[in-house]
Design a protein around this ligand. Sequence first.
Ligand code: GDP
Ligand code: MG
Length: 212
Amino acid sequence: MLICCLLETYYFLFKFLVIGNAGTGKSCLLHQFIEKKFKDDSNHTIGVEFGSKIINVGGKYVKLQIWDTAGQERFRFFYWLGGSMFFFHCSRETYNALTNWLTDARMLASQNIVIILCGNKKDLDADREVTFLEASRFAQENELMFLETSALTGENVEEAFVQCARKILNKIESGELDPERMGSGIQYGDAALRQLRSPRRAQAQSAQECGC
Ligand code: GDP
Ligand code: MG
């Protein structure tokens, strides 16, 4: 018998939230990101659901803790740092609602919040009501990243979270974001804690690993 013990080691934990009108595909996109498949039962999200995944961002492992919302006010109780804001490009109504979502996000989240705008259901291109150009202008004017995604085919799903996490990491590295500040939405993971507690041992270990 073989018993394996898999230790999850990651450097940072970032808290994310997905927000946007109902029906834009938030739950499906989160499911595609975590499970790598399309969630075809369309049960409505009740309250807040949750998923987490460790991703590799430029050689550093980062754990994303992602909260899926159903549009209620409950997300106001979280500290969060990164987010995906959704619209559905075949529905102008969901696009018009973005300004309100953005105001809420900027008011309630960490000051340095990083947001990616996702125009979801890219696979339904023939029925679009909002052009790529229009949405990318909105994103530019509001300092958001922007991608068109499809929870159905998986296109750009991983990319959306990786881009957001990469931007947060850049902000940490440039000193713009301080993981130790209360309410930053960042936590150190076990890999970082081991280094912080025992920097010499970690240095020795990494020298051993690289053979220098
Ligand atoms: P939420 O209310 O924002 O969480 O939306 P859901 O994830 O529940 O999705 C709403 C509906 O859109 C469901 O019927 C999904 O099957 C469908 N849907 C979600 N994402 C996509 C997508 O990328 N493409 C297509 N064609 N349908 C999608
Ligand atoms: Mg949902």
